[in-house]
Ligand binder design. Structure first.
Ligand SMILES: [Zn+2]
Length: 197
């Protein structure tokens, strides 16, 4: 696992390290705003870097490496498990995204990471960062749900993943000094994240 290789370097992971890693490797610029998001916790930032580098050992890769024989998605039992399916097309993941949308009062297209960022481009910086943080946390939890399903045959409910995303994000935001900007953003943040400002 790449995460294990990183631990062996004894380096502390930081947003700057992750960003330089992405830039140095010439990864698609699409990922830059996700990696540079200052609200992301290091473990979520690191996970997004792994996704951007295509380092996750999804079932399609395991089959190609002849480590596994079945590439079926365990979360929905309907379709091949690859990165696009897992985070954007899987009915399980879509249920999780719908809960995030309801909470954050947004509507995200399901085509992929590029469309998500384009869809947010007209929003304030804080709103973009909050939404991107929630989505990154969700992707991290979807991957862990997939691993749990694979190893323990237990699938957490979409509601339980959403609850974890919301709780983690609220704690994260309440511990920061937020730059609010326009009144519309202030009203929005007061509504979705009470007591954050
Ligand atoms: Zn699926």
């Amino acid at each position: 696992m790449f995460e294990d290789q990183w631990r062996q370097t004894n380096c502390d992971y930081t947003v700057k390290v992750g960003y330089n890693w992405i830039v140095d490797d010439g990864i698609d610029v699409t990922w830059y705003p996700w990696i540079k998001n200052r609200l992301l916790l290091p473990k979520h930032n690191f996970f997004i870097c792994l996704v951007a580098h295509n380092r996750l050992l999804s079932q399609d890769r395991l089959v190609r490496m002849q480590i596994a024989t079945c590439n079926r998605c365990l979360l929905c039992d309907d379709g091949e498990e690859n990165i696009d399916h897992l985070f954007f097309q899987c009915s399980y993941s879509q249920q999780c995204v719908r809960l995030i949308e309801d909470w954050l009062q947004i509507c995200l297209p399901l085509q992929g990471i590029i469309d998500w960022w384009l869809h947010l481009r007209e929003r304030s910086l804080l709103k973009k960062q909050v939404v991107a943080t929630a989505i990154a946390q969700l992707m991290y939890l979807i991957w862990h749900a997939r691993n749990r399903c694979r190893l323990e045959y237990v699938l957490p409910s979409p509601a339980s993943l959403f609850k974890q995303v919301k709780e983690t994000l609220l704690i994260n935001l309440r511990g920061r000094k937020l730059v609010i900007g326009a009144n519309a953003t202030r009203e929005w943040i007061n509504c979705v994240c009470p007591n954050c400002i």
